[in-house]
Design a binder for this molecule. Sequence first.
Ligand code: UT7
Length: 328
Amino acid sequence: MSTFGAIIAGTGSALPSKRLTNDDLAKMVDTNDEWITQRTGIKERRIAAEGETTGTLGLEAAKKALAAASLSPKDLDLIVCGTITPEMTFPSTGCFIARDLGLNDTPAFDVQAACSGFLFALDVGAQYVRSGRHRNVLVLGTETISRLTDYTDRGSCILFGDGAGAVVLQRCDDPDRGWIYGSLHADGNGSHMLYCPPGSRHPISKEMIEKRQQYMKINGREVYKFAVTRFEELITDAMVKCNLTADKVSMIIPHQVNQRIIDSAITKLGFPMEKVFVNIEKYGNTSSASVPIALDEAMRAGRIKHGDVLIFVAFGAGLTWANAVVRI
Ligand code: UT7
């Protein structure tokens, strides 16, 4: 039992201004707006311009989250950054964001759990706050997935977009407020379903680039089945562990993976669709950024109020999957 709570004191998000529509993609690969809309719910996604990076998007989201929390960067005790598209292999993207916030002695590191990355980072941040070790922790999910996307592969390029979301977790005296529950999972046996080859196992070479192995590879069908099953399990787990019934849950914010995956899982659970926040039509799948962008949009649209109970769920490469329950 924790002495402290970890409330969400502020949220922020950042999206590149450049839009890539389904019609734009139809000029690049053999696809069309009707197929993409019906199979995924996506109409367009945002793509980082030259010079726009995981770090710059994360910085913008972080500044907005700090402003919403009425804090300045020096109030931060820790930065935890979820990403699979870091500024560089190293240093961590967290270090770049800390530097650009004007900090030179604040711990910052990255958490890599693909599309579940924000929930893993949030879990880490919440433990530091709830234990009493830190007062204000910045948690991010920030990505430029377009930089890993093969725009000749219609099976993957239609799905992804770029963006960033951030929250400031802040210590409070009520352990039943803020982040109250989370579960994290990983199974590397599913690593072949969704992966990006460059690394120690596949050092970058001319041959690799000729074979387009620098880009992410995805087995959409397999991931689809995995995501529907895990989605249901994660929502059920959150409700059972927190003793919640559907009427006590104000909103589910899922990873924006595919409208059909969300619809299928929510229908099976018998949960009212109007309580599920979906913005996939505008941004596609932004990996670790999808949950915090959706949270920030829901906050700024006035759809979340004091006392609301939110459930977050996400799943992705690893395989990884995670949930969290937050009382606002
Ligand atoms: O966050 C985790 C990462 N996200 C994911 O991994 C996504 C999860 N998977 C999905 O969202 C879906 O599986 C997709 C949207 C990727 C694919 O939808 P699907 O209903 O599973 O389609 P499919 O892969 O079974 O393909 C059906 C047909 C195939 O043609 P044939 O073999 O039936 O003739 C594909 O070649 O659709 C074809 N196809 C396309 N056609 C037009 C595949 N991609 C496209 C495309 N445009 N972009």
